[in-house]
Design a protein around this ligand. Structure first.
Ligand code: SF4
Ligand SMILES: [Zn+2]
Length: 99
Protein backbone atom coordinates (compact mmCIF):
# COMPACT_ATOMS: atom_id res chain seq x y z
CA UNK A 1 0.00 0.00 0.00
CA UNK A 2 1.30 3.48 -0.85
CA UNK A 3 1.80 6.04 1.92
CA UNK A 4 -1.11 8.16 0.65
CA UNK A 5 -3.46 5.17 0.63
CA UNK A 6 -2.27 4.28 4.10
CA UNK A 7 -2.99 7.84 5.29
CA UNK A 8 -6.39 7.83 3.65
CA UNK A 9 -7.27 4.55 5.31
CA UNK A 10 -6.54 6.07 8.72
CA UNK A 11 -8.49 9.23 7.96
CA UNK A 12 -11.51 7.26 6.73
CA UNK A 13 -11.49 5.08 9.84
CA UNK A 14 -11.18 8.04 12.22
CA UNK A 15 -13.78 10.14 10.43
CA UNK A 16 -16.33 7.35 10.25
CA UNK A 17 -15.76 6.39 13.91
CA UNK A 18 -16.36 9.98 15.06
CA UNK A 19 -19.43 10.34 12.90
CA UNK A 20 -20.88 7.07 14.17
CA UNK A 21 -20.20 7.94 17.81
CA UNK A 22 -22.15 11.20 17.45
CA UNK A 23 -25.02 9.92 15.34
CA UNK A 24 -25.50 6.30 16.30
CA UNK A 25 -24.24 6.12 19.88
CA UNK A 26 -21.47 3.67 19.12
CA UNK A 27 -18.56 3.44 21.56
CA UNK A 28 -14.88 4.01 20.90
CA UNK A 29 -13.88 2.79 17.46
CA UNK A 30 -16.71 0.28 17.16
CA UNK A 31 -19.22 1.03 14.41
CA UNK A 32 -22.95 0.50 13.93
CA UNK A 33 -23.85 -1.86 11.04
CA UNK A 34 -24.53 1.02 8.60
CA UNK A 35 -21.23 2.74 9.29
CA UNK A 36 -19.37 -0.58 9.23
CA UNK A 37 -20.89 -1.15 5.79
CA UNK A 38 -19.87 2.34 4.64
CA UNK A 39 -16.33 1.83 5.94
CA UNK A 40 -15.99 -1.54 4.23
CA UNK A 41 -17.23 0.00 0.98
CA UNK A 42 -14.95 3.04 1.19
CA UNK A 43 -11.87 0.95 2.04
CA UNK A 44 -12.74 -1.40 -0.82
CA UNK A 45 -12.93 1.51 -3.25
CA UNK A 46 -9.65 2.86 -1.95
CA UNK A 47 -7.91 -0.50 -2.34
CA UNK A 48 -9.17 -0.81 -5.93
CA UNK A 49 -8.59 2.80 -6.95
CA UNK A 50 -7.11 2.69 -10.47
CA UNK A 51 -5.55 6.16 -10.32
CA UNK A 52 -1.87 6.60 -9.56
CA UNK A 53 -1.12 9.04 -8.12
CA UNK A 54 -4.53 8.96 -6.48
CA UNK A 55 -6.26 12.32 -6.20
CA UNK A 56 -8.56 13.10 -3.28
CA UNK A 57 -11.89 11.40 -4.07
CA UNK A 58 -13.53 14.82 -3.88
CA UNK A 59 -11.49 15.93 -6.88
CA UNK A 60 -11.62 12.67 -8.80
CA UNK A 61 -12.77 12.73 -12.44
CA UNK A 62 -14.07 9.14 -12.19
CA UNK A 63 -16.09 9.14 -8.94
CA UNK A 64 -16.28 5.38 -8.58
CA UNK A 65 -18.62 5.50 -5.56
CA UNK A 66 -22.26 4.49 -5.93
CA UNK A 67 -24.38 7.64 -5.43
CA UNK A 68 -25.81 6.56 -2.06
CA UNK A 69 -22.36 5.86 -0.66
CA UNK A 70 -20.98 9.05 -2.13
CA UNK A 71 -23.66 11.03 -0.36
CA UNK A 72 -23.01 9.23 2.94
CA UNK A 73 -19.25 9.66 2.83
CA UNK A 74 -19.61 13.36 2.00
CA UNK A 75 -21.79 13.82 5.05
CA UNK A 76 -19.28 11.95 7.21
CA UNK A 77 -16.30 13.95 5.91
CA UNK A 78 -18.09 17.24 6.44
CA UNK A 79 -19.26 16.47 9.97
CA UNK A 80 -16.02 14.92 11.18
CA UNK A 81 -13.84 17.51 9.42
CA UNK A 82 -15.63 20.25 11.36
CA UNK A 83 -15.47 18.14 14.54
CA UNK A 84 -11.68 17.80 14.37
CA UNK A 85 -11.10 21.43 13.40
CA UNK A 86 -13.21 22.58 16.38
CA UNK A 87 -11.08 20.45 18.67
CA UNK A 88 -7.86 21.88 17.28
CA UNK A 89 -6.86 18.56 15.72
CA UNK A 90 -5.77 20.15 12.48
CA UNK A 91 -2.21 18.87 12.69
CA UNK A 92 -2.74 15.48 11.11
CA UNK A 93 -5.60 16.74 8.93
CA UNK A 94 -3.29 19.26 7.33
CA UNK A 95 -0.68 16.55 6.85
CA UNK A 96 -3.28 14.39 5.11
CA UNK A 97 -4.88 17.06 2.95
CA UNK A 98 -1.56 18.45 1.79
CA UNK A 99 -0.08 15.03 1.06
S1 SF4 B 1 -13.47 8.20 -6.35
FE1 SF4 B 1 -11.71 8.28 -7.74
S2 SF4 B 1 -9.93 8.65 -6.40
FE2 SF4 B 1 -11.62 7.92 -5.09
S3 SF4 B 1 -11.32 5.69 -4.99
FE3 SF4 B 1 -12.76 6.09 -6.70
S4 SF4 B 1 -11.46 6.21 -8.54
FE4 SF4 B 1 -10.12 6.42 -6.76
ZN1 LIG C 1 -23.01 4.50 12.68
Amino acid sequence: MTQSKHNETKVLQRFIAVYCRHHHESKGDSLCPDCADLQAYALGRLAKCPLDPKPKCKKCPIHCYKPEYQQKIREVMKFSGIHFVKRGRVDWLVKYFLS
